[in-house]
Design a protein around this ligand. Sequence first.
Ligand SMILES: Cc1ncc(COP(=O)(O)O)c(C=O)c1O
Ligand SMILES: [Zn+2]
Length: 420
Amino acid sequence: MSFTTGLRCRECGRAYPIEPIYVCEVCFGSLEVVYDYVAIKRHISREKIAAGPNSMWRYKELLPVGGDVVDINAGFTPLVKAENLGRALGLKQLYLKNDCVNPSYSFKDRVVAVAATKAREFKFEAIACASTGNLACSVAAHAARAGMKSYVFIPSDLEQGKILGAAIYGPTLIAVEGNYDQVNRLCSELAEKYPWAFVNINIRPFYAEGSKTLAYEVAEQLGWRAPDNAVVPVASGSLFNKIWKGLNEFHDLGLIGPVKTRMFVTQATGCSPVATAYESGSNIIRPVKPQTIAKSLAIGNPADGYYALKTIRESGGGAAMSTDPEIVDGMKLLAETEGIFAETAGGVVIAGLKRLVTSGAIKEDELTVAYITGNGLKTLEAIQNSVVKPILIKPDINSFEAALGFKIAATVERNKSQVE
Ligand SMILES: Cc1ncc(COP(=O)(O)O)c(C=O)c1O
Ligand SMILES: [Zn+2]
């Protein structure tokens, strides 16, 4: 049973039926899903949710899906209390939402699970996407699970972990000589011509809803409350806005108290259209040509950037940007303090969080959640010259001791005597 009643234009409010459409034919505004919240409220409760599956589908009533879903078990990832990183940054209540551990190793499994379900429901013959990398992996994985064909378009200069991480599922993988914004433009044209479900184009209103589960889970895992601050990596801005929407829906349904969460955008300095517009006090996003190691966030013309600015201002949040060396330092700091190996987007979040604490935008006692959305094994290139190299030795003790410059014989003797 689905609680969706239709689609609606975000700008002029015009109503549309549930179809694979995404833009208003009157004003060209983007469309979003409309729910029957009164009916949802009758169906949903903390207890029912808690008794649901350990995946994003425990919040199915708040997603635009009805019957069978395409499921690779996305979501319900750990919320980690980060004592060590908190100490390093000067935060007493820091939590990390670790979405690196999703089935295809990024939060994109949440959005694609919904999109793939709708693609099958709408009887498309194939699933497709324009991707900065993680979406490619997730679309290919979900298509494999659904037994559907997939066409995955990526910029040709992506990291190996993203290319191979998508290729393994057997999609038709198309590397475009251009940046993401060019790939996206091409895919928008292809979506007009081919009967394919482009998850982030013609299925976008449904797809985007999957990100709300990152708000629901955090609220539930915090014991049914919203955090004081949410620090989020931003590319198109969709994830950022949907976390805000999800928290507010939970409040409106009576599942949590008032939402006073301040929403913080984090971007790389080399691609920061949203953070830059916010800092200059503008409502206009000026498109940029991305130049950063954070390739997953390299969207120069973000589709939901304008709404992300609105979310920052509505929530009393802010924005931070970080240089490439700071992003690498952020990845290392996260790994060395908490044992979490995140991709460059995670480095953007940690480096941004550091700035936000230093500037006083985020305070020591506030409950802060940093969203870690993708796995570090996909962006090895970013850190390969910045981490310790293995010490190469021959397979004998002498070689080991010579290499490390010490003798451990004495330690062995001492251990022996303790055993005796
Ligand atoms: C790891 C990771 N985090 C965050 C994002 C940002 O998502 P959005 O485009 O919804 O802003 C992306 C987008 O590709 C991503 O790959
Ligand atoms: Zn409209």
